[in-house]
Design a binder for this molecule. Structure first.
Ligand SMILES: NC(=O)c1ccc[n+]([C@@H]2O[C@H](COP(=O)([O-])OP(=O)(O)OC[C@H]3O[C@@H](n4cnc5c(N)ncnc54)[C@H](OP(=O)(O)O)[C@@H]3O)[C@@H](O)[C@H]2O)c1
Length: 240
């Protein structure tokens, strides 16, 4: 049983609380925009693992505070990849314990691998263009989604003719166009379209709710408790 801090008590924070309690953990600290000063090193001393789902503007500061308090931290906040990458380097060099994933759903992490596999095969035969469409609820702050960026990275890693991604409006040769759609209460839909002159291969992942993300985040907390270093979903799911 873990003593967990929830940093960001919004849509994901509430889901994570329910899953953590179901799995026998206790929530000893809950931080929201309204009680930020309670996120102190002294309060974190009583915490086994912190789970951070806030916003792209606040994640860096929250994660750094956990690291300096020596509290392992699981972070799911998207839209701050460049700063997260610097923290990951520091953690790999010996500072604290950090788990970071653009998407904690087991199904999405399988979807990353399916896209990588398709990309590898299609790069061999040639003639296919690739595009990604992601749809999320209207309150989402970042675009494109961190998951769409991870899908694009998985695809480009397997095709030497591709070099990163761009928003569909900016269209750049060699970069995967990503269309970000914001509508209703959609928890997360990702559609990848591989298209040639002759045919079309479409891979899609549709999250039915936020529960799958919350389960993955709590599993990640259980996984890093008592460990040092940087971890991601490949480590948790034994995909490496
Ligand atoms: N990796 C994944 O699997 C995954 C899955 C779903 C979502 N996400 C990401 O997780 C993040 C949160 O998503 P969400 O849907 O839960 O958003 P949300 O409902 O807006 O919740 C964010 C919460 O963080 C609070 N907050 C803001 N600043 C804070 C601070 N400095 N310290 C502590 N709490 C603070 C907000 O409070 P106020 O409302 O009072 O501002 C809000 O309650 C987003 O970046 C989203 O893209 C990731």
């Amino acid at each position: 049983m873990l003593k967990i801090a929830i940093i960001g008590y919004g849509k994901m924070g509430h889901e994570i609380e329910a899953i953590a309690l179901d799995r026998g953990h206790s929530i000893v600290l809950k931080i929201d925009a309204s009680n930020q000063p309670d996120l102190s090193e002294s309060n974190l001393k009583n915490v086994d693992v912190a789970i951070e789902f806030t916003s792209p503007h606040t994640a860096k500061q929250n994660v750094e505070l956990c690291l300096s308090a020596g509290t392992p931290v699981v972070c799911g906040t998207t839209g701050w990849n460049d700063e997260a990458a610097k923290i990951i380097e520091r953690v790999k060099a010996g500072e604290g314990t950090f788990f970071f994933a653009s998407n904690y759903s087991v199904g999405v992490n399988i979807f990353f691998k399916l896209n990588a596999m398709a990309s590898k095969l299609l790069a061999k035969v040639g003639g296919y263009n690739v595009g990604i469409q992601e749809t999320h609820h209207t309150q989402k702050l970042d675009a494109p989604s961190g998951t769409a960026i991870s899908i694009a990275n998985a695809i480009t890693a397997e095709n030497p003719n591709l070099n990163g991604w761009t928003l569909v409006s900016d269209k750049v040769d060699g970069k995967i166009p990503i269309e970000a759609v914001r509508e209703g209460t959609v928890p997360g839909t990702h559609i990848v379209n591989f298209e040639s002159e002759q045919d079309q291969i479409v891979l899609s992942h549709i999250a039915k709710s936020r529960r799958g993300f919350a389960i993955g985040a709590v599993l990640a907390a259980e996984f890093i408790a008592g460990k040092k270093g940087f971890y991601n979903m490949d480590n948790l799911l034994n995909f490496d």
